[in-house]
Design a protein around this ligand. Sequence first.
Ligand SMILES: O=C(O)CCC(=O)C(=O)O
Length: 293
Amino acid sequence: LGRWIGADVHPAPAPTTDVFPAARGDLTRFELTPGEVERFERDGFVSGLDVLDARAVEELRARLGELGRRLPELREQLYEVEHAWLASPDEVVLHFLGAWLVDEWFHDLVFHPRVTVPLAQLLGARRLRFWHDQVFWKPAGHAGVVPWHQDYSYWTRTTPARHITMFVALDDMSATNGGLEYVPGSHRWPLLPRVDFGGPRRQLDAHLAPEQRAAFTPTQVELRAGQASVHHSHTVHGSAANASDGPRRAIVLNYMDADTRSADDAPLLAGTAAIPRGARVEGPHFPIVLERG
Ligand SMILES: O=C(O)CCC(=O)C(=O)O
């Protein structure tokens, strides 16, 4: 295991291994079908995309296990380990940002054309920029939930809202193990308040208008390990507890249009250089991952 797990490295602007295919040549084979694009535009998400083969799933699971074991020592090198989890690990889902900074497979996944090509296509972006990665890890029988939320409610320090997310399953996912759920059509709702990650699942209810309550009919996403779903920055989503006897692990990859601006003079993520308000979000932590003519 593990070239450069935990080594003090800086992110590279391109893949550092050849474990995933290079984003070169004819990329149309990685594009989604018109039907998939239509589903995304109609519902605010599309699921069942094949991203990782069985070997990559195995390797990423093993590497995630290593990251988990070494989390106390690696913590300073990550962007963030969820504070609510640190305080109540038996009640809150393990959630951290920045695995791509310490592990080369997580790093190279950020550039995988099976990730970047569909996301640029759905965002309608010629140049796609990486924002950050996340891990959501629910151990077997764990009580933690992910409260209903819209991603952009956590990202208003970058503007405008031209962001998109891919959720990559490292385990088969269904209702039993707290698989992801989406509220179809909620990508057209305005931005709702940010909720507390460690708080109850239904905090958002208090902020919904009557017509949003009426339209709140979640869809359970079923994924096999290695498959992914993609969602819009405003799509409401969340997940229940893992009632199964196995872990439920996901890698979440967040991107934005290359012209996104900073809306905060403080560093956008811990350990990154501050980008003045109004300036383009760029630099080694926010590489361009795809550029198409
Ligand atoms: O793992 C989960 O259930 C939540 C994932 C999530 O919030 C996301 O993909 O943006």
